[in-house]
Design a protein around this ligand. Structure first.
Ligand SMILES: *[C@@H]1O[C@H](CO)[C@@H](O)[C@H](O)[C@H]1NC(C)=O
Ligand SMILES: *[C@@H]1O[C@H](CO)[C@@H](O)[C@H](O)[C@H]1NC(C)=O
Length: 115
C-alpha cells in the first residue's frame, strides 16, 4: 500500500459582518478574505451616513463577541499590537489593518457605528 503525503498550506479565513444601524447600512469591504500567514490586509466599513463613533468587534470561531476598539473622532487611529483601526476624516468609514496575519486573527470582524 502506498502512502501519500498531503501538503497543507496554512490559510486564514476572515469574515466580515454587514451591520445595520437605524436603517443605515454599513458596507464591509471585502466581505471575506482568505489569507496566508504573514500577509497584511486592510478592510473597510463604508457608509453614506456620518457617524459619531465606530466600534470594532471580533468573534473567534466558537467564541464570544469581543470589543476590540472604539473610535470617537474623525481621523483618529488606534493601534493594538499588529492591528490598526482608523476612523475616516469624513466620519463615514473606518479601516482595519492587520500586519503579518496569524492564526489568532481568524474570525468574524464586526463593525458598528453610532449616530
Ligand atoms: C506588511 O507590512 C509591513 C509594515 O508595513 C511591511 O514591513 C511588510 O513588508 C508587509 N508584508 C507584506 C507581505 O506585504
Ligand atoms: C471605502 O472607503 C475608503 C476610504 O474612503 C475608500 O478608499 C474605498 O474605496 C471605499 N470602498 C468602497 C467600495 O466604497
Amino acid at each position: 500500500m502506498k502512502t501519500e503525503k498531503l501538503l497543507m498550506v496554512p490559510a486564514l479565513i476572515i469574515w466580515m459582518q454587514v451591520s445595520q444601524v437605524n436603517g443605515q447600512q454599513i458596507q464591509q469591504i471585502p466581505p471575506s478574505l482568505l489569507l496566508q500567514e504573514g500577509e497584511n490586509f486592510t478592510t473597510y466599513c463604508n457608509s453614506s451616513s456620518t457617524f459619531n463613533s465606530f466600534q470594532r468587534y471580533k468573534q473567534r470561531p466558537g467564541g464570544s463577541l469581543v470589543l476590540l476598539i472604539i473610535l470617537l473622532s474623525g481621523g483618529e487611529v488606534q493601534k493594538q499590537e499588529r492591528l490598526a483601526v482608523q476612523f475616516g476624516e469624513t466620519r463615514k468609514h473606518s479601516s482595519l489593518h492587520i500586519t503579518a496575519a496569524q492564526t489568532a486573527d481568524v474570525g468574524t470582524y464586526f463593525c458598528a457605528g453610532a449616530q
